[in-house]
Design a protein around this ligand. Structure first.
Ligand code: 5CA
Ligand code: ZN
Length: 409
């Protein structure tokens, strides 16, 4: 699948920092330690509706991961998937009378536009579930041969009981797992499963749904195995960061990791499991299924600056859950104006310390609010007429561009 266009990223004088991130699996903040090429996998959208601010917040958070690594001199191999066949997409296509693949194509195209507008750097590889079916089929074969997958009627399930370390990512207790599994697409009640938590790997064809021919039957892949197969193929095991929103901790990243550990007899699947908090609206998580959404494309159509939207997202720490209000955008627009005024001034206090403060904040588990505060303080000094450095304004513009993805003009 086509990714989106890589925009230029200026370099910032001085030294980049080592990025530390909170790891859900170990429940602590630790330094990342990539090889020359850092490897990042972030779970992509299920393209049945437009990008909402919750998605955007998550992708902006992982965009900072890529930017901090680049600033520290690493190349970044970033892979993102698109779940372009799955229950919610097929249900939406039936409800609206569209062809499911047309719906997926159109929403994926809109997502690329939204990401481009928000200055989110593209993944090197942008991979669809449909185009990955051969990878998934090979992995299911491997699991069947190992006795780690089994049939229930014509469907195939993953035997979670075969993994002694099941719970590696979330450490949730069984009751919590059961509740989240039922809530997030699982089928704990299905008769014939070995364990209520076992997720489907391959679903036999249902009337009116797309299906692919394989030697184990006509059907389509389940969700979790998709990301495992794509990540293992494109990044291998023990890659640096597996990312997504906190709603993916269980079951998605738990199942995907368990599958990877059994498939490769190696661990960990990822060195850090990193999760962004949930953005809510009206007291509930913003979600396509609940319909309480603010779309990035809608805000853009209404004439809001994409860089103001980005600043509104950066004003919240990526790990916190927060509620979107119109005030978020208003404050971000004010900040964008103050910053734009400051970087177009003819002089200001020198940029070096601000660059270091922004670097230190982001390297510390992506503390974007602290980074914004450092730029705010500099912009205030410019507004007060302080500083004589005539290079500082354009240098500051490079700092916000390279490290925060905020392009000021
Ligand atoms: N296709 C799967 C991942 S393989 C999926 O979860 N798609 S999604 O479209 O539902 O979500 C895309 C990304 O946005 C995921 O990382 C998800 O965790 C994140 N996300 C969804 N809703 C929110 C929200 N309200 N706030 C923050 N992030 C969210
Ligand atoms: Zn995923």
């Amino acid at each position: 699948m086509e990714t989106w266009t890589q925009p230029p990223v200026p370099s910032v004088p001085g030294e980049g920092r080592v990025l530390s991130l909170y790891d859900t699996a170990t429940a602590d903040v630790r330094r990342t330690a990539p090889d020359a090429t850092a490897r990042l996998y972030v779970c992509g959208i299920t393209p049945y509706d437009a990008t909402h601010l919750g998605h955007a917040a998550t992708y902006v958070a992982f965009d900072l991961v890529q930017r901090v690594w680049m600033d520290a001199g690493y190349r970044v191999h970033y892979v993102q998937n698109v779940t372009d066949v799955d229950d919610p997409l097929l249900e939406r296509a039936v409800a609206t009378g569209q062809d499911w693949s047309d719906l997926a194509r159109a929403e994926t195209a809109l997502f690329r536009e939204d990401m481009t507008a928000l200055g989110v750097l593209p993944p090197r590889e942008y991979i669809g579930a449909v185009e990955s079916i051969p990878l998934v089929v090979d992995r299911i074969d491997q699991l069947l041969a190992a006795g780690t997958a089994y049939r229930v009627d014509d469907d195939i399930y993953f035997a979670t009981g075969n993994d002694p370390d099941f719970g590696f990512v979330s450490s949730y207790d069984r009751e919590t797992m059961l509740a989240l599994f039922a809530e997030r697409g699982g089928d704990p009640e299905r008769p014939g499963k070995r364990d209520a938590l076992d997720p489907v790997l391959w679903q036999a064809e249902r009337p009116g749904e797309p299906a692919w021919d394989t030697h184990f039957g006509h059907g389509r892949p389940g969700w979790h195995i998709e990301c495992t197969a794509i990540a293992l193929h494109h990044l291998g095991n023990r890659f640096d960061v597996q990312g997504g929103g906190s709603d993916l901790i269980f079951p998605h990243h738990e199942m995907g990791t368990s599958l990877a550990h059994l498939l490769t007899d190696d661990r960990p699947f990822a060195k850090h499991f990193v999760h962004a908090g949930m953005v809510g609206l009206g007291g509930q998580k913003m979600s396509k299924s609940k319909g309480n959404l603010v779309f990035v494309s809608r805000l853009r159509d209404d004439g809001h600056e994409p860089m103001a939207i980005r600043l509104a997202l950066l004003a919240h720490h990526y790990r916190s859950d927060w509620e979107w209000t119109d005030g978020d955008l208003k404050q971000a627009e004010d900040r964008l104006h103050r910053w734009t005024f400051a970087v177009t001034a003819d002089r200001g206090p020198s940029a070096g310390q601000v660059a270091e403060a922004v670097r230190a904040a982001l390297a510390n588990d992506l503390d974007a609010p602290a980074a914004l505060a450092a730029v705010d303080a500099w912009a205030e000094q410019v507004a007060a007429g302080a500083g004589e450095d005539s290079d500082a304004p354009s240098q500051l513009a490079d700092v916000t561009h390279a490290l925060l993805g905020v392009v000021l003009r």
